[in-house]
Write a new protein. Sequence first.
Length: 282
Amino acid sequence: MSHENAPEPLTPGLYIVATPIGNLGDVTIRAVDVLTRCDVVACEDSRVTGKLLKHLGIHKQLIRYNDHSDEKTRSKLISAMRDQAVALVSDAGTPLISDPGYRLVQDARSADITITSLPGACAAVVGLTLSGLPNDRFMFAGFLPTKEQARLAALESVKSIDATLVFYETGPRLVKALDAIQTVLPGREVSVARELTKLFEECRTGSPEELADHYRMEPPKGEIVLLVGPPAPEVTSPQDADALLKLALEVDKPSQAAGKVAKETGLDRKTLYARALELRNE
């Protein structure tokens, strides 16, 4: 490439770059631009990032930065950021979301390094939008612990949060996680989103018991987004039930509204249906 056609260099600093979680077509134009113009790419696994850069026709110096990187590696990267553009990527998705990187950002801030974050693919958000679970409030809780008692304790600590819970999980541990959800959060609606953006993408919703039975028969592979619906509204009076029915009747027929409120509260569906008909005719 001639000097006249060479791209303008980036301002020195740290660039947090989201990469595809499966489908390479999801890489953004801005991500390609930054990866093309940066000086160094800090990555979890040089083999994984190398494949992406090869697909994009980009050749860059790669420095491995992951959970096992020490302070010496961070210092080296911070030093480079003073006069070079350093792009930080994870193996897939948005860096720092259950991936290494936040210590590097902390150190960069302390060193008054310019930091730019590029939006892009994030498995948690893709899973949330596919699930059909309430998404006006959600809590991302990362990976559940691998040991049973710690897993149960982690779920117990978030059971009262009035929001959809979003976890990452692996295929081999999925059934154990669903069994734990059944124990600690019975009656909640659960979604399993897997192979996101890939050919065999799947999002299956049901009770934790139903999903555990399914995946015992068909063990899943790969990483998974596991979502748990919020706790049912507490109904302490007929007025509370009426309020929920009125809200549901704004978009549903009486039978559907009754079914929805029955599922949310555990109240008798037939009783709710009769009351829904009354409310509709008032």
